[in-house]
Design a protein around this ligand. Structure first.
Ligand SMILES: Nc1nc2c(ncn2[C@@H]2O[C@H](COP(=O)(O)OP(=O)(O)O)[C@@H](O)[C@H]2O)c(=O)[nH]1
Ligand SMILES: Nc1ncnc2c1ncn2[C@@H]1O[C@H](COP(=O)(O)OP(=O)(O)O)[C@@H](O)[C@H]1O
Length: 207
C-alpha cells in the first residue's frame, strides 16, 4: 500500500508568472510530480501544442465536459473557459504520485472545497506595476485585455488569505526553490506519514 499522492495547487493573478514558474519546475531537477494539463476554449497561441499546453476545445465541447461531471473545477476567465479534467488528477493521486495544478484563483477555491488536503500556494508579484510590465512584455494581449487582467489581479490578490503559502515571484529560480521547499516540508507533515509509522509499530508488536 502506498500513500495517496499530494495535490499541489499553484495559483495567483494572471501575469504573475505561474506558467513560467511551472515550466521551470518541470524542467528542473525536482520533478517528482505530474502536471495536470488544463482544458480551455481560448485560442491557441503560436508555439502552443494541443494536449501539451492545454487541451484546446470548443465551447460546446467544454460545456459537455462540465455537464457530464468531467471537470474537477472550471472557471470563466476573461471570456474563456479554463478547467481541470478530473480523471487524470484522480488516477495520478491514486497511484501515489503528486499532481501539480496551475490555475487561477476562482478555480483554486473550488479545489479547496473538494480537496481540503491539497497544498495551496499563492504566487504574488513584487508589486502591481511589475505585473502590468510583465503582461505588456509578454505581448500576448492588447491594451484593453491587459487592463482587464490588472483589474482582475487586484481582486485576486485579496484571495491570498485562503491559501496556505504565499510565494513572491521576484526571480523565477528563487520562486521555484521556495515552492520545492514547501512541497518537501509538506511531505513530512505528520498526518501524511503517520500510517507508515503505525505500520512500523505493528511489526514491532508482532516480533
Ligand atoms: N480555473 C482554472 N484556471 C486555469 C486553468 N488553466 C489555466 N488557468 C488560468 O487561466 C488564466 C489564463 O490563462 P492563459 O490564457 O493561458 O494566460 P496566462 O496563463 O496568463 O498565459 C491563468 O491565470 C491560468 O493560470 C484551469 O485548468 N483552471
Ligand atoms: N520572475 C520574473 N521576472 C520577470 N519576468 C517574469 C518573471 N516570471 C515571469 N515573467 C514574465 O512575465 C510574463 C507573464 O508570465 P506568465 O508565466 O505567462 O504568467 P501567468 O501564467 O501567471 O499568467 C511573461 O512574459 C514571463 O516571461
Amino acid at each position: 500500500m502506498h500513500e495517496r499522492g499530494m495535490l499541489i495547487v499553484l495559483s495567483g493573478p494572471s501575469g504573475v508568472g505561474k506558467g513560467t514558474v511551472r515550466q521551470a519546475m518541470l524542467a528542473g531537477d525536482y520533478r517528482d510530480f505530474h502536471y495536470s494539463v488544463s482544458m480551455t476554449t481560448r485560442k491557441m497561441r503560436p508555439g502552443e501544442v494541443d494536449g501539451v499546453d492545454y487541451y484546446f476545445r470548443t465551447k460546446a465541447e467544454f460545456e459537455n465536459e462540465i455537464a457530464t461531471g468531467g471537470m474537477l473545477e472550471y472557471a470563466k476567465y476573461v471570456d474563456n473557459y479554463y478547467g481541470t479534467p478530473l480523471k487524470y488528477v484522480n488516477e495520478t493521486l491514486d497511484s501515489g504520485r503528486d499532481v501539480l495544478l496551475e490555475i487561477e484563483v476562482k478555480g483554486a477555491m473550488q479545489v479547496r472545497e473538494k480537496c481540503p488536503d491539497g497544498v495551496f500556494i499563492f504566487l504574488t508579484p513584487p508589486d502591481l506595476g511589475e505585473l502590468k510590465q510583465r503582461l505588456t512584455n509578454r505581448g500576448t494581449d492588447d491594451a484593453a485585455t491587459i487592463d482587464k487582467r490588472i483589474k482582475t489581479a487586484a481582486e485576486e490578490i485579496v484571495m491570498m488569505e485562503n491559501y496556505d503559502y504565499a510565494v513572491v515571484n521576484d526571480e523565477v529560480p528563487l520562486a521555484v526553490q521556495r515552492i520545492e521547499r514547501i512541497i518537501e516540508s509538506e511531505h513530512l507533515r505528520v498526518p501524511r506519514v503517520i500510517d507508515r509509522y503505525k505500520g512500523m509499530l505493528k511489526q514491532v508488536d508482532m516480533a
